[in-house]
Each structure stands twice: as C-alpha cells, then as structure tokens.
Design a protein around this ligand. Structure first.
Ligand SMILES: N[C@H](CCC[C@H](N)C(=O)O)C(=O)O
Length: 278
C-alpha cells in the first residue's frame, strides 16, 4: 500500500478566490514537493479544492518576514497573486509575525498592512504601463501587474454571459500572441469614473474565478487609461462576483506610467484540516 502522508493545511479565501495554505517555514516540503502536490490538493473532486496553493516559506531576503510561494491550481507558476497574498499575510500575522509585513515573491518585495477593520492592504513594487494591442483584430490593453494580464472593455450584459467569457478567455490565453507564457484575461465595464465591474479568466485555473487581485489592478488601470483622466492619483472600486476590491495607484503623465499600486480587500479563514497525500 502506498505511504500516506498527513499534510496539515488551512483553507482561506479573499473575495471568493480560494487557496490552500501550507505553513512550510520549517521546510518540511521542498518546492518541488509543493508544486507536485498543488494540482492534487486543489482538485475540486479528488482534493480539497482551491484556485491555488500558498506556502508560507522562511524569509529568503534580508528585511523580509517571509517568502510567498504561489502556484495556480494546475501547479503552474505565476508572477504574483494579489488575493492570495492578502490571505497569506493575514495567516502570517495570526502566526505572530506582525501586522505590517514584508515578503518576497520571486525577486520582488511586497509589503502588507493588516488593518483593524479586517481589510488587508498589499503594496506592489511594480511600475507599469498600458500597451494597446490588437489580437486577431480585436483591440485590448496589456497591463503587467506582477503577472500577465490583458483587459477588455465589454458592455454590462456581457459580464453575465459566462460561457462566452470562458471561450474568449481560453482562446486568448492560448493565442500565439501571448506565447510562451499565455495570459490572464479580464473583461470589464465601467460603473462610474471610479468604479468598474470585472470578470477574470485565470490562467492555471482555466476558467473564471470569483475575483482576481492582479486582474483587478490591471482592469482599474485600463479604465483610467481608457477614460484619459490624467489624474496623478486615483482610487478605483473593482466589483467582482466575490466582492469589492479597492485599487489605488499614482499616474505619472510624464512617463505615462502607473506606480505606488495598492490592492485592498478582505481575507478570511474557511477551515483547517489534514490532507492525506498518497
Ligand atoms: N488570483 C490571482 C492571480 C493569479 C495569477 C495567475 N492566474 C497567473 O498569472 O497565472 C490574483 O488574485 O492576483
């Protein structure tokens, strides 16, 4: 009989983007083991079920509190996960690491503030630009927010045509234009100057998720670009199926660039348990 390993986990969610969280500060598991585990534990029928896996790793860099390892549900890598980072920061703070935290994801250092009202703020060390592109004759915006995103403006009713969004998202995700990495695809409509509604097709989940933090940032920036607001600082409320996210950024007209990006939203514990890995 195969050996069964008992893996303690916590499950969390941020605006309905759900994650398996593993405390690996003692390096019980190698990164390769965590990567191999991800598609199994994240499977919604054969596993516990989640959009991705987060591991709290011991700090890799000076002046950081931890390293965040993130994998999409299928085990693939992603540059960053905004909602996941809010969940992992809350988890780390409950482990006694503090309410103001610094953590690395790949080679970038992010910071998190756990607010008294339960919201978690993540500060992104990313300065980005909007690239106007045309893929198969369709115009869209490409916005890198620590990971790859495209943003498309759609009429409001289209946001409810989920099968169509999945088809379109999947087509783009595998399109030649974005090879070899692929992309996440966001569909949004404006609610007002400072609010939008968004649906995101997530690479690595290969479907719509209830929310995507880095996609919310890309969409908020896309909306600012499309409206040609030109304001230096801006706050956009991003309405997702899973709840509201706040995106703050500064626009630098002289460089046509977006900087000082902050993502704020809720993070919640769902349960803890033991996964039996065969
Ligand atoms: N849900 C995540 C995004 C995961 C990114 C991933 N799907 C990719 O870039 O491959 C978020 O809240 O930002």
């Amino acid at each position: 009989m195969a050996e069964i390993k008992h893996i303690p986990f916590v499950k969390m969610q941020g605006t309905g983007n759900d994650f398996m969280v593993i405390d690996n500060r003692d390096t019980t598991y190698t990164k390769a083991q965590l990567i191999a585990l991800t598609p199994k534990i994240c499977h919604r029928k054969y596993g516990v079920g989640a959009d991705g896996l987060l591991a709290l790793q011991k700090p890799l860099l000076d002046d950081t509190d931890f390293e965040m390892l993130y994998r999409n549900a299928d085990g693939s890598d992603a540059g960053m996960c905004g909602n996941g980072s809010r969940c992992l920061a809350l988890y780390a703070s409950k482990q006694g690491l503090g309410d103001t935290l610094k953590f690395s994801v790949h080679d970038r250092v992010y910071s998190a503030d756990i607010r008294n009202d339960g919201q978690v703020e993540i500060h992104f060390p990313v300065t980005t630009k909007v690239r106007e592109i045309s893929v198969d004759g369709e115009k869209m915006l490409q916005v890198y927010t620590g990971t790859e995103h495209v943003v498309m403006h759609v009429p409001k009713f289209k946001l409810d045509e989920e099968e169509e969004l999945v088809d379109k998202g999947r087509k783009l995700r595998y399109d030649e234009f974005f090879k070899p990495n692929g992309t996440n695809a966001n569909f949004y409509c404006g609610v007002n100057e400072q609010a939008i509604s968004v649906q995101t097709y997530e690479r690595g989940v290969e479907g719509l998720t209830l929310a995507c933090g880095t996609g919310a940032i890309a969409s908020a920036i896309g909306w600012h670009h499309q409206q040609e607001l030109g304001y230096h600082s801006n706050e956009v409320t991003v309405k997702t199926k899973g709840g509201d996210l706040q995106v703050l950024f500064q626009y630098k007209p002289e460089k046509d660039a977006y900087t000082n990006i902050t993502l704020t939203g809720p993070a919640h514990f769902i349960c803890k348990g033991t996964y039996y890995a065969e």
